[in-house]
Design a protein around this ligand. Structure first.
Ligand SMILES: C[S@@+](CC[C@H](N)C(=O)[O-])C[C@H]1O[C@@H](n2cnc3c(N)ncnc32)[C@H](O)[C@@H]1O
Length: 476
């Protein structure tokens, strides 16, 4: 792919609060000049680690943060808007928060170019930093927008009651629902819907979609759409007939009796209203955009910190789960499938130009090629794509700032492909200083990772699925 350089600057973007953006950009410069150390010490009220960082330069602070505890087991990750919707492989909010607090000041710009459910962007605005999130996934975009937009909860409650009243009226008039079910989908999409949703669930979902689509205020409408989506894309497959939905390949479970979509929606609405009410953006702005991390619509040297987590080679097919919800918003199965090729880590390998990689990834790719040339091509494609991402990350970062890249482990044909070391080597050849590569243990109860069936508990592969690595990269 070719990447044209874009020159969008932060102040010119459509942001949730442009006046605050201008004021805070001035404040940012002042803080940079006068009070960085003091600001960190006073803001974090009693936090020893951060207080002692006051005298350190940014690179030293990055080193210190990497040496600290990054597991965050047992900590609440459901505060503010974090829990509005499930998302595979989302990281704990404490992780971006630690780096945002330690390496930026209010008004700085924090970016996640593969934002997924928007965890970094939410944390940025909660901490008074401007957050930017990019993703190519349409559901991720919907999540990012809603999760960073404070809304009037009383108004949401009124609209929610109107939606539910209309739903019951629609359901008592079967014809409207049936006509809309017929008109809403093309043949292929209708076949998909018929396969995965029972007729009763289809009627209930359509009865919800119709009044939601009629909400005029786009921000409110998106909130309800997301709440609707959150009853479908869940670990268990929600109201669909799928199991293992959001974290692996969905399987049809003919024995499953899906719960009532109306009950689930009402329950989730109550929960989501309470969550969005907690979103306090402290005058910070959030911008979430459709964008490819290999070619970002951002100016050179315009970002103060990146915290991101790319997909893993060969691991999660986001579109496979997300289309369960997106088809209800007018997307077609065929259209969504076309997007797949642009996902980093996707298994689609077209004719690609050969590009040499640093020694370690080359060696691993050669080892894999001896066993499975197709898998080796997938892995080469992944590292080439990630090199494009790391180069873009380097370009948009200001000097004297950091990128935090969180990567999981991948095993292909029983070969540990050492993603963390390979990406560190690629980052080093893209201009970065690799300050540290540290392991963190996943909280088995929390992070939704791809399930790999048939792996014995305690086996080496099983163990490795529960760890990931945090790369600390510095642009001097
Ligand atoms: C591991 S998830 C990120 C999870 C995120 N850290 C969170 O807490 O929710 C990786 C994300 O990368 C996105 N992605 C894949 N290819 C991309 C590309 N070419 N450009 C931008 N985002 C991409 C996927 O859609 C997915 O949302």
């Amino acid at each position: 792919m070719t990447c044209e350089k874009h020159t969008v600057v932060f102040e010119e973007m459509s942001v949730t609060n442009p006046n605050a953006a201008r004021e805070l950009l001035t404040l940012k410069e002042q803080l940079r000049l006068f009070a960085f150390g003091e600001e960190i010490a006073s803001e974090q009220d009693g936090d020893e680690t951060l207080t002692t960082q006051a005298g350190l330069n940014k690179r030293q602070r990055l080193e210190t943060l990497l040496e600290g505890e990054l597991d965050f087991h047992g900590e609440d990750s459901s505060y503010a808007s974090h829990d509005l919707h499930a998302f595979a492989a989302k990281f704990p909010p404490q992780l971006p928060r630690a780096f945002i607090r330690g390496l930026t000041v209010p008004g700085d710009v924090v970016l996640d170019p593969m934002m997924g459910s928007g965890t970094t962007v939410v944390e940025a605005v909660l901490e008074g930093r401007h957050g930017i999130g990019l993703d190519i996934d349409p559901l991720a975009l919907r999540l990012g927008r809603v999760k960073t937009m404070p809304l009037d909860v009383d108004r949401l409650r009124i609209v929610g009651n109107q939606v539910l009243t209309r739903v019951y009226a629609l359901l008592s008039d079967g014809d409207v629902i049936e006509t809309n079910l017929d008109a809403h989908f093309d043949d292929q999409t209708r076949a998909f819907v018929n396969y995965w949703f029972t007729p009763t669930t289809q009627r209930e979902l359509m009865a919800l979609v119709l009044p939601i689509q009629e909400i005029e205020d786009a921000a409110l409408r998106r909130f309800f759409e997301l709440t609707f989506s959150s009853i479908i894309v869940t670990k268990s497959g929600g109201v669909s007939r799928a199991r293992d939905l959001a974290h692996s390949r969905p399987h049809l479970d003919t024995t499953k009796t899906p719960k009532s979509a109306l009950d689930q929606f009402a329950l989730k609405l109550r929960k989501n209203l309470a969550s969005i009410a907690q979103l306090e953006t402290r005058q910070a702005t959030a911008l979430t955009l459709t964008g490819d991390a290999r070619c970002m619509p951002l100016a050179d040297c315009s970002v103060d910190l990146i915290v991101t987590s790319p997909p893993y080679a060969n691991a999660i097919d986001y579109m496979r789960a997300h289309k369960f919800s997106l088809v209800w918003f007018g997307e077609s199965v065929a259209g969504l499938s076309k997007l797949r090729a642009d996902y980093i880590g996707s298994e689609r390998v077209g004719a690609q130009q050969y590009q040499a990689l640093p020694e370690r990834p080359e060696t691993i790719i050669q080892m894999l090629a001896a066993l499975d040339p197709n898998k080796a091509a997938i892995l080469r494609k992944y590292y080439i794509e990630m090199r494009a991402v790391l180069r873009e990350i380097y370009r948009v970062l200001r000097h004297d700032t950091a990128a935090i890249v969180v990567v999981g482990t991948s095993t292909m044909r029983s070969i540990d492909v050492q993603t963390h070391h390979c990406l560190a080597d690629i980052a080093a050849t893209s201009g970065f200083e690799v300050v540290g590569v540290v392991q963190r243990k996943l909280d088995r109860n929390k992070r939704m990772m791809p399930a790999r069936f048939g792996k014995k508990i305690g086996s080496m592969i099983e163990q490795r699925m529960h760890e990931e690595y945090v790369l600390g990269l510095f642009k001097s």
